[in-house]
Design a protein. Structure first.
Length: 276
């Protein structure tokens, strides 16, 4: 089974979002569970979350992904910003306990001049405090493009965080973003097998739990992070199809974050399914 979906809005409620996923031909989805550019969280509605959970089970969905807000920065030099990041993640993970067995993805953050080693340590410290053995969600570090002081632009940096975090290994993983890794300099178009072998040696493919499927507006190695629609960028539809169909990634949820609306995501999902 190939799980294909897209980032959808939860503004109208989680059950409504699940119905929207079905309408575009998706069998997985991603969403924000709070304001993506602010700290305000949605009020928890257990009934709505329960209806979504039942719908996902009835329709045979694969794992879904909740995405942390963009402002979360667990490796800022400002201790107040680091504390807010931990507070937001803990709150989001409490909500996700109503949807057990799924994923929570976050951008590792920017070290804001402290250096990569210090930043990785601070991210690991937050995870050690927030990710507990009884957690029903797997927390995912996202691969990043490596712009500015951003952490996560190399597989080595992600491995360093995973190694330092004092929490159950099965509660932590990685989400690979195709645009980000290409912009970071990994040649997923010309050497996908080599990139996956590098990831396996450095992190371990068993830790790769989800994939963001995005084309890129930038040449490889640009370190800029600008998503493009499938086939409209420098990665290309053929390379993205090879990745989705790669046996090493079987069973993972593949999620579109391309610059379009729900109807456009539906078109991309139909295109990918027709070509697989």
């Amino acid at each position: 089974m190939t799980y294909l979906g897209a980032h959808l809005s939860s503004a109208g409620g989680f059950y409504k979002m699940g119905r929207a996923a079905l309408a575009i031909g998706a069998n997985t989805l991603q969403c924000f569970v709070r304001n993506p550019r602010g700290a305000r969280a949605k009020a928890v509605d257990p009934e709505d979350l329960g209806r979504l959970r039942a719908l996902l089970a009835e329709e045979g969905f694969g794992p879904i992904v909740a995405h942390a807000p963009y402002i979360m920065n667990p490796c800022s030099k400002d201790p107040g910003i680091r504390a807010l990041a931990a507070e937001m993640m803990a709150g989001d993970l409490a909500l996700m306990e109503h949807l057990p067995g799924n994923y929570y993805n976050f951008h590792p953050g920017s070290h804001t001049g402290q250096g990569v080693e210090a930043g990785c340590r601070q991210i690991a410290d937050m995870l050690s405090r927030v990710v507990t053995p009884e957690l029903g969600t797997v927390v995912l570090l996202e691969t990043m493009a490596g712009k500015g002081s951003e952490i996560g632009g190399s597989f080595r940096e992600l491995r360093a965080i995973l190694d330092m975090a004092q929490c159950p290994p099965d509660r932590l993983g990685v989400c690979l973003d195709t645009c980000h890794v290409s912009d970071a300099g990994y040649d997923i178009t010309g050497d996908l097998d080599g990139v996956l072998e590098d990831f396996d040696r450095t992190v371990g493919l068993e830790r790769l739990r989800a994939v963001h499927v995005n084309d890129s507006m930038n040449p490889p190695g640009a370190r800029k992070d600008r998503h493009a629609r499938i086939g409209a960028g420098t990665i290309g539809a053929e390379a993205l199809l090879r990745l989705i169909a790669h046996p090493a990634l079987a069973g993972r949820p593949f999620l579109l974050e391309t610059p379009t609306d729900d109807a456009g995501h539906g078109e991309e999902i139909a295109l990918l399914r027709a070509l697989l």
